[in-house]
Design a binder for this molecule. Structure first.
Ligand code: PMV
Length: 348
């Protein structure tokens, strides 16, 4: 039996300007543009191998050694788009094997515990789409592929690129212009680093899709956020990244995390993602910046209580030292081109 295979990795990305709200649930079209930093490959990433064979009888997926369903509408949408593109390639070259008609076996592994409460779907769908695109020998236009990954999980579109990435929300109803683009490569700002503090590894309280739907339907503050706040912030954050202006980047990142959690709280009934430890981390970062007389650290929180702290390498001792002192009992990953966060020991 002939088996065709290809492998790819995709890292986790952490939004500094949050995607929160869908204008089309089936296509994962957002109500605002967003920006993220993709972590380096050696940190948190998914490795996926896709194989196709005429002998396979059904599409199958194994995630971290356990068989999972590929039957969700999101996974099906990704496979369907990729098969369609492959069929076009096959139509123009009749010598190619008809992989578009073969079933797929997909083996995916995260190099971090899935239970760590860190968004794994972004890296997962990005790795799924890029490994199949490689197997199918599709043109590797990352923005094009990002539109397919977006259908799997909105934020996955940004993990197709390394470094600093924007997801342009687009305007069309079919989502053709809702795609990820590179703001700057990883090498543009090599001294920017991130530390992840795992506050809780519990499963999310409210999954992102239902949380977004609730916010869109019930929050008044949300309308203000998407119309008056995010469009301006999107441009300012891109400029801050291009200028490597840490203080501006950090201020915008913290404000946007707070704005996102504020619209969650303004949803009815309210959605709480931050816990008391998260709030202590926020206070500590502000205290540190105040004592320094300038911003040297920024926090951001996704749909859960875990913190990501951005800082410049030159301030690593100060920032990690303080986090160690107060939150030493938490697990963590230093990330973004550096060493592993020293094992933290002191009780928070
Ligand atoms: O792509 P999803 O459905 O996992 O939603 C991600 C939502 C946030 O992580 C809170 C924000 C973001 O932009 O990644």
């Amino acid at each position: 039996m002939t088996v065709y295979t290809a492998s790819c990795t995709a890292p986790v990305n952490i939004a500094t300007l949050k995607y929160w709200g869908k204008r089309d649930k089936a296509l994962n079209l957002p109500t605002n543009s967003s920006i993220s930093v993709t972590l380096s490959q050696k940190d948190l990433r998914t490795l996926t191998t896709a194989s196709a064979s005429s002998d396979y009888t059904s599409d199958k997926l194994w995630l971290n050694g356990k068989e999972e369903s590929l039957e969700s509408p999101r996974s099906k949408a990704c496979l369907q788009d990729l098969r369609q593109l492959r069929a076009q390639v096959e139509a123009s070259n009749s010598d190619l094997p008809k992989l578009s008609q073969y079933k797929l076996h997909i083996v995916s592994e995260n190099n971090f515990p899935t239970a760590a409460g860190l968004a794994s779907s972004a890296a997962g769908f990005a790795a799924l789409v890029s490994s199949i695109a490689k197997l199918y020998k599709l043109p590797q236009d990352m923005s094009e592929l990002s539109k397919i990954a977006r259908k799997g999980s909105g934020s996955a579109c940004r993990s197709l690129f390394g470094g600093f990435v924007a997801w342009e929300m687009g305007e069309s109803i079919d989502g053709e212009d809702s795609k990820a683009v590179e703001v700057a490569p990883l090498s543009h700002w090599p001294t920017l680093k991130a530390a992840i503090l795992v506050v809780s590894d519990d499963k999310k309280d409210t999954p992102s899709t239902s949380g977004m739907q609730l916010t869109v339907a019930t929050s008044d503050l949300f309308q203000y956020r998407i119309k008056d706040v995010v469009p301006k912030r999107f441009e300012e954050m891109k400029s801050a990244i291009l200028a490597k202006d840490f203080e501006k980047f950090a201020e915008l990142t913290m404000k946007d995390s707070n704005s996102f959690h504020a619209v969650c709280l303004d949803s009815y009934p309210p959605i709480f993602y931050l816990n008391d430890t998260s709030k202590k981390i926020i206070k500590l970062v502000h205290k540190l910046n105040e004592l320094e007389g300038k911003i040297i650290a920024a926090y951001t929180f996704d749909a859960g209580p875990n913190a990501v702290i951005y800082y410049d390498e030159s301030n690593e001792q100060k920032v990690l030292g303080l986090l160690n002192t107060y939150f030493g009992s938490l697990g963590g990953w230093e990330s973004y081109q550096g060493e592993t966060l020293p094992k933290l020991e002191i009780e928070g």
